[in-house]
Design a protein around this ligand. Structure first.
Ligand code: HAM
Length: 411
């Protein structure tokens, strides 16, 4: 017997997956973010240049392959680079700005699987491209906050910081590098410091954090423009009633971020506590060969959101299941039932019938399992009398309803 590949999983009927995937994007839909769908694989170079060749995501975790035409392609590890590519390719940035889009779908990273960490996982995301207006940053962040609230999550925390920009970050980076060089760091950490010294700040080990208490922080070294932007975003979030914590040591795993950077954490999830993250990527377009084009966005992890809902005991209704289940007893009743569920479905009433001619007991069991609200029981003799038995499956009460009234009655 085959099994799903390591680090993957199956979504099965009864899961809240779809409701969560679409629910996370509902506030964005209401704010004018249009739906986009980009390919699941792209030119490998797009990610190497866009996400950054030195990131773990690109250097260790990509699913890359050479196609029959000799091109190097990669299963997308994230959605932003592909969306920016699509915007540039179709010249959307030459129209109304910002270009606001939302998307959802599978992403692929060859990580070590564990609870809440998969090799194929799903994100719901948004991007707002073309402006540096801090009010747009506040809108984008608030849309994710609202999405979690709407699903009923109460234990999500928002961490936010600014990573500066090309005017102030290089000098800060040098200062941090010099600071780290003065510490007694292990070989692996020194290597990480060489690749990206900011990432050392985000190290979770307490002994390292103890060494870093007086490390210089980006937020204290922001240039005037970045500082003004950062404070305007904070003021915008306050005005929108979105609570956030300032997280000066927050570092993200993708290289394209600058200025506003944020993460959503859920404390009920153990090690993989980030249910979402995002930020501003004003240099991304240029790094993939496009014109200067600022942008900001986020992606929320659907699996981790489902785990967070479970941790908080919140149930989100699955979209499977029917409202009416028809139990035909006899050949004529079955023929009638097939037509009747057709009429119900045409009216938008989810309905099913007992297939397989299992007799009353088996068919009623199927009705119970369907978790329908109503069962309609009809025998050939009921048809002669032109009535059906309508059973309320919540309390077992049964009433005879004339067939001519049944459709109206259930509608
Ligand atoms: P990211 O932080 O790499 O950002 O991923 C966003 C979210 O996807 C994470 O917070 C987490 O919930 C989920 N996630 C990431 N990796 C895995 C995994 N292996 N298994 C399960 N869930 C995972 C991005 O991807 C950026 N593109 C977000 C963005 C959009 N920034 C700007 N615009």
């Amino acid at each position: 017997m085959f099994q799903a590949p390591k680090g993957t999983y199956d979504v099965l009927p009864g899961s809240a997956f779809l409701a969560v995937r679409d629910g996370l994007l509902e506030p964005a839909r209401l704010a004018g973010y249009g739906y986009v769908e980009a390919p699941v694989f792209e030119d490998t170079e797009l990610f190497a240049r866009g996400v950054g060749a030195s990131t773990d995501v690109v250097s260790k975790e990509m699913y890359s392959f050479t196609d029959r035409g000799g091109r190097s392609l990669t299963l997308r590890p994230e959605g932003t680079a592909g969306v920016v590519r699509a915007v540039l390719e179709h010249n959307l940035h030459k129209g109304q700005l910002p270009v606001k889009v939302r998307y959802a779908g599978p992403m692929f990273r060859a990580e070590r699987p564990q609870a809440g960490r998969y090799r194929q996982f799903q994100q719901s995301g948004v991007e707002a491209i073309g402006l540096t207006d801090p009010a747009l940053d506040a809108e984008v962040v608030a849309l994710a906050w609202e999405a979690f609230q709407r699903l009923g999550l109460r234990q999500v925390r928002l961490l936010m910081t600014s990573l500066g920009d090309p005017a102030c970050r290089p000098a800060y980076r040098e200062e941090l590098t010099a600071y780290l060089a003065g510490l007694d760091l292990d070989e692996a950490t020194q290597e990480r410091a060489r690749i990206n010294p900011l990432r050392v700040l985000d190290d979770k080990r307490p002994e390292l954090q103890a060494l870093l208490t007086s490390a210089p922080l980006m937020v204290d070294r922001l240039c005037a423009d970045c500082k003004a932007h950062h404070e305007a975003v904070a003021a915008g979030l306050e005005a929108l009633g979105v609570p956030f914590e300032r997280a000066p040591r927050l570092v993200r795993g993708l290289d394209y971020y600058m200025r506003t950077t944020f993460e959503f954490l859920h404390d009920g999830l153990g090690a993989q506590s980030a249910v979402g993250g995002g930020g501003r990527y004003d240099g991304l377009s240029e790094s993939v060969g496009g014109p200067p084009l600022p942008g900001i966005g986020w992606a929320l992890g659907i699996e981790r959101t489902l785990l967070a809902l479970e941790a908080e005991g919140v149930t989100v209704p699955a979209d499977s299941g029917v409202q009416v289940f028809v139990v035909p007893l006899g050949v004529a009743a079955k023929a009638w039932a097939v037509g009747f569920v057709g009429q119900l479905r045409a009216r938008g009433i989810a309905s099913d019938l007992a297939y397989g001619d299992r007799g009353l007991k088996g068919a009623m069991k199927a009705a119970d399992r369907s978790r329908a609200r109503w069962a309609v029981v009809v025998g050939d003799r009921d048809l002669d009398g032109s009535v059906a038995q309508l059973k309320d499956l919540t309390n077992g009460e049964q009433t005879a309803v004339p067939l001519t009234d049944l459709l109206e009655h259930l509608s």
